[in-house]
Structure formats: C-alpha cells, structure tokens
Design a protein around this ligand. Structure first.
Ligand code: ADP
Ligand code: MG
Length: 253
C-alpha cells in the first residue's frame, strides 16, 4: 500500500489539500479546506487569530492529523503510515514564530546536528552544509555563539538556515516575524524574499502584507476554519470579493 504512495508522479503538485476537515474534540478547526500549491509557488495565508492558519500548515507536515479529506506532499499522501510521514517530513522545512532553536547548542550545532541525527550525515559534511546555509542567511560569523547571544532576527535567520540544511522541497513559515521587534522584521523578510527568488515553494502565514504583495503568487484569507478568499495579490488587495476579507484588510492595513 505504501509502495505506490512513496513513488510520486512527476506531475504531482508540491502540496495538495482537498476538502480537509479537522476537529479538536467537538470544535471544528478546519472546514472543507482545499488548496493546491504548484512547485515553485508562493502562498501567503492570512486571517484573524484562531481561524485555523497554524493548524492548516501543521497538518501539512503531520504535526497535526486531519480527519477527513486528503493531503499529499510531493505526491506522497499523508496517512497513518509512519513511512509516509517520515518521507514527507524530510521534504518539508518549518519555521515557527518562536524560532525553537536548541538553547544549549551552538548556532553551528543547531544546524549540523539535525542532519547528523535525522539523516546520518557525517559531522564534517553536516557542518560544511551548515556553514554554507549560515552564509546564505548572512550570519556565518555567529556560528560559534549560542542562540541566547543573538538578536531575535538573527535567531530566526538561523532557524531558516537550519530548515534549509535538510534540503526541503517546501518551506512552511508560521508567523515568522510576529515575535520580532519591528527593526528586525525586515532582515527576516529579506531572507524570505531571497528564498522565494531562488524558486523555493513556500507557504507563509503572515500579516506582513508588503511581503505578500511583493512575493505571493496567491494570497489566502482564512476565517473560522475556511478559506474565504484566494486570489493573486493585486486582486486580493485591490478588489477583494468578500466582505469579511475587506473588513480584515481594513483592520490590518
Ligand atoms: P490561528 O493560527 O489562525 O490563530 P490555530 O490553528 O492556532 O489558529 O487555532 C484555531 C483554533 O483551534 C483556535 O480556536 C484554537 O484555540 C484552537 N486550537 C488550536 N490548537 C488546539 C488544540 N491543540 N486543542 C484544542 N484547540 C486548539
Ligand atoms: Mg497561528
């Protein structure tokens, strides 16, 4: 059963989400959510607090399980099969609001150890790749420091480098700048813009609408567990179709 699921067709979308429902107990947090993301596409997801944005992206790497509908990542369907889940997680990088770096490990080890533990990469090779990605996010000179010695913006760039070290095909970001002081937001957004320019497939939950305008192929607005609106940025910002989207944009812009 799992054999065919781990051999994706070349034409698979990067992410397929089809009529997904999810409940926490009796509370329905996702309601018939469907979204197909092509390889290289950039999706920005916005919506009020509690609308299910985090739950949706956590379902994509199986940090949460959906109860109805289908989710497939790079052609691999998310089911209860452990083998599938490992295959999916290898291809999906995730960046959280609160960085989630290991405080007792150096920046270099934060980036190298996951490769060694999850993939058996030899230390030398893991450290080489870590340094390469730390240079990519312009923070290589901090490699010997510990997370607590870095600013929030620097820590978030390390978190991005750490995720990239696993060579993901898709990157998921859950409000990556909302815990940052305003002066640090820009450096993290610039890193994400550069990732987008390199063609990375990305789903970004954010309320940074300047970033959405600049980078997103499509902007998704969620409310009460549903995708209310999904459109290209020009249409989304200039002529949203739904009143709920308009009032949300009115509040945050
Ligand atoms: P968002 O990211 O849009 O703020 P979330 O996906 O975090 O929304 O949460 C959506 C809703 O689900 C919220 O009402 C939240 O309280 C609830 N929720 C989130 N996680 C859990 C959980 N583990 N158990 C029960 N309810 C949860
Ligand atoms: Mg959230």
């Amino acid at each position: 059963m799992t054999t065919s699921a781990t051999a994706p067709a070349a034409t698979s979308p990067a992410i397929l989400i089809e009529a997904v429902d999810k409940w926490y107990g009796t509370f329905q947090v996702l309601d018939q959510v469907s979204l197909t993301v092509a390889t290289g596409e950039r999706i920005v997801v916005c919506g009020p607090s509690g609308s299910g944005k985090s739950t949706l992206i956590r379902c994509i790497n199986r940090l949460e399980e959906h109860q109805a509908g289908r989710i497939a990542v790079n052609g691999v369907e998310l089911t209860d099969s452990v083998r599938n889940i490992d295959a999916v997680r290898r291809g999906v990088g995730m960046v959280f609001q609160h960085f989630n770096l290991f405080p007792h490990l150096s920046i270099l080890d934060n980036c190298a150890l996951p490769q060694m533990l999850a993939r058996g990469t030899p230390r030398r090779e893991a450290e080489d790749r870590a340094m390469q990605l730390l240079r990519r996010v312009r923070i290589a000179e901090q490699a010997a420091k510990f997370p607590g010695q870095l600013s929030g913006g620097q820590q978030q760039r390390v978190a991005i480098a750490r995720a990239l070290c696993m060579e993901p095909q898709v990157m998921l970001f859950d409000e990556p700048t909302s815990a940052l002081d305003p002066e640090m937001v820009k450096e993290v957004l610039e890193t994400m813009v550069s990732l987008a320019e390199d063609g990375m497939t990305m789903i970004v939950v954010t309320h940074e609408m300047g970033f959405a305008r600049r980078v997103a192929d499509r902007v998704v607005f969620m409310d009460t567990g549903r995708i209310v609106e999904c459109a290209g940025p020009d249409e989304f910002f200039d002529s949203p179709r739904h009143e709920r989207t308009r009032s949300f944009l009115h509040q945050i812009l």
